[in-house]
Design a protein around this ligand. Structure first.
Ligand code: PEP
Ligand code: MG
Length: 759
């Protein structure tokens, strides 16, 4: 059964549209289950009724004609009960309804399972038999499994179809995701596809057939040369058969049958990369379906070959690409490195199908003030290249082909944002303190040089977190010690004499370096942060040496270690820092020893906060990771984003415990997770006694404005009330109300954006 399941899902995944998806399902399921009938009913969004969309076994004329309200007939009952109905004699069931058009009176046995996607019933999958018999447990389980697996594909195909219709008529379409970086962008979509994934090449057409053909032949030639080079280099290590394989691959890339197929599709106006991907995937599938395991294994080689040529095509396309004003980057899984490709002044917004508000690309988008929506799972992203759209980063919504009325509403929000920013401008020079004079240090998180001027203009008093991995992400090899020194020097100089906290390389998790791939099943629990750099002292030493050299004459550097989970990691890292410092003194650098601190972002560090605090000059809580590890919720997974709550009572208790432990040993405690940049969260942290709040430059004026409205004693009371609450929702509600009562609810979201809610 597993094999059948896999092959249906594979086939369905390659279908071009909803119609073909449903056709494949009914045909394949009927064959595999040996039933007389298989049908799919889908919910019509407008009427809410379930409509027969495809069938094998019932009269084809009935397709589109049979409508059942929720609860009506057997199908309607499957939908409302959200569980299978399995009947030996369907007609005897009180809910049975007869539709003459279908001719279903001939069938007795009935099994219907709901197709559910993200808690929504999309439709019902039905099989029927002529004879009276109950479908057995195995058959029922098979259909349930299949429905669960197909739900996502159907949802995607539905959205794609809806969009294609809307595209022809240029009608508005709305998609939802997660609000990841506040703000509104009105712009044009530009698709970012992963460079070498055949299955993720967007469907796109071209008018320049000759240009695409030339591009294709160049890419083929480049890939052939590459393989020839590799074969040449390895020739002494390969046996005869392996050498023959290389020759076979090169001949596949000749102007042979594959190339002819591709050129044919290009002549039908498909882009070279899409035509190549379609043809190669068909070949991969053919190999995968072969019964001989030797040939099945070759499928991976063909895929690899396809990826190679695709990479060359992409490189050439990329070098020819120009970004228009107001570019909105759209991709299946955007990563921080794509941000470097687009000039900042052209970049208006970001949309990613995968990922969540706590993914690193979202954090950097917030720091840059670029509106972003993540986890837009239903968006047929491959179809929107060049389309006009609105990114609503407040509510996590996208509007494709926005009409004049919608644009007018969003223009009003943009204007209100500008007004708010103007009103907050004057705060830059005022101290970060409560109305009754309780002073807090308000620092910024940085990673790109572009953010420095913004940070200073907004009154940053220091840098609480400089994410050094960002310059690493934007390259195609590790930066040298001297290159790093120059980058770090720029940061230190720009902020001097203000302190700059540089975190040592924190890669792993969702921060992958293209030139240092880490393949793991569970990357957030794997080789990440300090674990990587302790295993690679050459990288760590080079980095801390570069930092210390960069601070020469400025002495405003603080070094911070990420992902510390216990005392021994800290001690091991400290030894390396000491060694680097001593070496530099020996080399004649006259630098002060920088303060050394750690991030508290792993639960074990919370419970060892006292022991750790005794050994360091400062601690800073990484609430982004601490939340994910305490709640066991992957910060990068949009499916569970709804239960990722930094206001969870358990997280707040941990935050309190850390600051208390730090202060018992006279260690300054800060926080540099996103919670510090949330006006409500920041007020709670001030009440807890946090010495430093480090946040993105965009939010700094908002948080300062909130802080200056309140008295410390009121905040203490607020904290006491919040600590008694049992759920994050209650706490969020309380904070929202508190800010509203102070008249500063608009700091979190423009009033216009709120008024638009639900529209
Ligand atoms: C954190 O985990 O809160 C943090 C600041 O680090 P990062 O988001 O870079 O993992
Ligand atoms: Mg972290």
């Amino acid at each position: 059964m597993l094999g059948s399941l896999r092959s249906i899902v594979q086939e369905v995944n390659t279908a071009r549209d909803l119609h073909s998806v449903l056709d494949i399902i009914v045909r394949r399921v009927r064959d595999i289950m040996h039933t007389k009938v298989c049908s799919v009913y889908l919910r019509d969004k407008q009427s809410g009724n379930y409509v027969l969309m495809a069938t094998q076994g019932l009269n084809q004329d009935a397709v589109g004609q049979v409508h059942l309200a929720p609860g009506e007939g057997l199908v309607g009952n499957v939908a409302t009960r959200e569980e299978p109905i399995n009947l030996e004699h369907a007609e005897a069931h009180p809910a049975f309804q007869y539709f003459p058009a279908t001719g279903e009176e001939r069938f007795s046995a009935f099994l219907g399972t709901p197709i559910i996607h993200h808690r929504n019933v999309l439709g019902v999958l039905v099989v029927q038999q002529a004879e009276r018999r109950r479908f057995d447990e195995g058959e029922e389980a098979f259909l349930v499994t299949l429905s669960a697996q197909l739900a996502g594909v159907i949802a995607h195909a539905e959205a794609t179809g809806a969009l294609a219709n809307m595209g022809q008529q240029r009608n508005e379409a709305k998609f939802t995701g997660l609000a990841a970086s506040p703000g509104v962008a009105i712009g044009r979509a530009h698709i970012v596809a992963p460079p070498a994934n055949l299955a993720a090449v967007p469907f796109a057409c071209t008018m320049d057939v000759d240009g695409e053909l030339a591009l294709f032949h160049q890419a083929l030639a480049a890939a052939r040369d590459e393989i020839r080079d590799v074969g040449e280099r390895l020739k002494n290590d390969l046996n005869k058969e392996e050498r023959a394989l290389f020759d076979a691959y090169i001949s596949m890339l000749d102007d042979s049958s594959i190339a002819v197929e591709v050129c044919e599709r290009i002549r039908q106006q498909l882009t070279a990369s899409r035509a190549w991907a379609e043809v190669m995937l068909e070949h991969v599938r053919r190999f995968e379906a072969m019964s001989d395991s030797y040939f099945r294994d070759r499928a991976a080689d063909v895929r690899d070959l396809g990826a190679r040529v695709l990479m060359h095509l992409r490189q050439q396309e990329q070098s020819q690409r120009e970004y228009p004003d107001n570019t909105v980057l759209v991709g299946e899984e955007l990563t921080a490195s794509v941000l470097a490709d687009v000039p900042r002044e052209k970049l208006a917004g970001l949309i990613s199908v995968k990922g969540s508000a706590n993914s690193h690309v979202a954090i950097i988008a917030r720091a840059m003030g670029v509106p972003a929506v993540m986890g837009a799972q239903e968006l047929p992203w491959e179809q929107v290249d060049g389309v006009d759209l609105v990114v609503d980063g407040y509510r996590g919504e996208l509007h494709i082909h926005p009409g004049p009325e919608l644009k007018r509403r969003y223009d009003a929000i943009v204007e209100e944002e500008r007004e708010l920013a103007r009103n907050l401008d004057h705060l830059a020079k005022l101290p970060a303190e409560t109305a009754d004079g309780h002073r807090v240090r308000m620092w910024v998180n940085t990673g790109l040089m572009a953010g420095v001027v913004r940070s200073l203009e907004r009154g940053a008093e220091g840098v609480g977190l400089y994410r050094t991995e960002v310059p690493f992400l934007l390259r195609d090899r590790f930066p040298s010690e001297e290159e790093q020194r120059e980058i770090y020097r720029e940061q230190l100089q720009a902020f001097a004499p203000r302190p700059v906290t540089m975190r040592t390389l924190d890669i792993g998790g969702d921060k992958a370096l293209s030139y240092f791939p880490i393949e793991e099943t569970n990357p957030f629990l794997g080789w990440r942060g300090i674990r990587v750099t302790l295993d690679h002292p050459e990288i760590f030493l080079g980095q801390v040496r570069a930092m210390m050299k960069a601070s020469l004459g400025l002495d405003n550097l603080r070094i911070m270690l990420p992902m510390i989970s216990g005392v021994s990691e800290l001690e091991a890292a400290r030894k390396l820092v000491d060694r680097a410092y001593d070496e530099l003194l020996d080399e004649g650098f006259n630098i002060q020893r920088p303060p050394l601190g750690i991030m508290i972002e792993v639960p074990s560090a919370v419970y060892q906060a006292r022991e750790l605090a005794k050994r360091v000059d400062f601690m800073s809580v990484g609430s982004n990771d601490l939340t994910q590890y305490l709640l066991a919720v992957d910060r990068n997974n949009s499916r569970v984003a709804g239960i990722y709550h930094s206001f969870h009572p358990a997280v707040l208790q941990a935050l309190l415990q850390v600051v208390t432990a730090g202060h018992e040993t006279n260690t300054k405690v800060g926080i540099c997770g996103e919670l510090a940049g949330d006006p409500g969260g920041a007020l709670l942290l001030v009440a807890m006694g946090y010495d430093v709040l480090s946040m993105n430059a965009t939010n700094l004026p908002r948080v300062k404005a909130a802080l200056r409205e309140v008295n410390k004693s009121e905040l203490d009371q607020l904290l006491q009330q919040v600590l008694l609450m049992e759920s994050p929702e209650q706490i969020e509600e309380k904070l929202r109300g508190y800010l509203q009562d102070l008249g500063i609810g608009g700091l979190v979201q423009p009033q216009q954006a709120e008024a638009n809610s639900g529209s």
